[in-house]
Design a protein around this ligand. Structure first.
Ligand SMILES: N[C@@H](CCC(=O)N[C@@H](CS)C(=O)NCC(=O)O)C(=O)O
Length: 219
């Protein structure tokens, strides 16, 4: 059986978890905080989650895991078979990761964990987030899903990156990142009605106290 290594508070973990759930696949969740110990690095070379455990070994990096699941497993497709349509979905997912998730992540310590960051980092994040959201507005279809008719890998990145980026923008810059993208807000609401999304949100909430305690113990 597939094994999903990671923890329920991780947004990347939850992208893969939603893919597995949407496809109706059986999998086992293996609690794993990664980190830099030799044991963890033997599973995840850069000490990150998620990792997918399969018969032959481990697969790391969310985009690669999602591609592997798509190619090797049955269930609802999350990538179109048409090469051009597939490229659009993958480009949207990559744009969300590079231009929204990663800039926002640079400010998670201040937005969510009570730390203070240098102004230069915050300014860079603000500029990049505004450009990233504008790019999503140009490329995203939101009709009804990010890339068009069907739920896709782009929606996984959207759902588990954009709300966090909005949290950063609101808290640090008093900006509503989606102010000019009402269709994106509507899609977030609709995705929130999905039972698998709700299950993941409940698991995240349940895991949050232990995660915050762990973060506090490392400060
Ligand atoms: N590029 C990685 C990023 C994954 C990632 O950043 N995971 C976070 C949790 S959301 C993590 O493992 N952080 C632990 C650390 O950086 O030490 C992927 O796509 O899977």
């Amino acid at each position: 059986m597939l094994k999903l290594y990671g923890f329920s508070v991780s947004n990347y973990y939850n992208m893969v978890k939603l893919a597995l759930l949407e496809k109706g696949l059986s999998f086992e969740e293996v609690p794993f905080y990664a980190g830099q110990t030799p044991e963890a690095l033997a599973i995840s070379p850069r000490g990150k989650v998620p990792v997918l455990g399969v018969e032959q070994g481990f697969i790391n990096e969310t985009s690669v895991i999602l591609e592997y699941i798509e190619q090797s497993q049955k269930g609802t497709p999350l990538l179109p078979s048409d090469p051009f349509e597939r490229a659009q979905v993958l480009a949207l997912a990559k744009e969300i990761e590079l231009y929204i998730e990663l800039p926002a992540r640079a400010c998670y310590p201040e937005a969510f964990f009570g730390m203070t960051l240098p102004d230069a980092i915050k300014e860079k994040t603000k500029t990049e987030l505004l450009l990233g959201i504008a790019s999503l507005g140009r490329h995203g279809k939101f009709s009804p899903y990010v890339a068009g008719n069907n739920l896709s890998v782009a929606d996984l990145y959207f759902l588990y990156s954009v709300p966090l980026a909005c949290g950063v923008a609101k808290k640090l810059f008093e900006i509503d990142l989606l102010a000019e993208l009402p269709a994106a807000k509507e899609l977030l609401d609709r995705l929130g009605d999905n039972p698998n999304v709700q299950r993941i949100a409940a698991d995240r909430e349940a895991a949050m106290p232990a995660f915050m305690a762990m973060v506090a113990s490392k400060k």
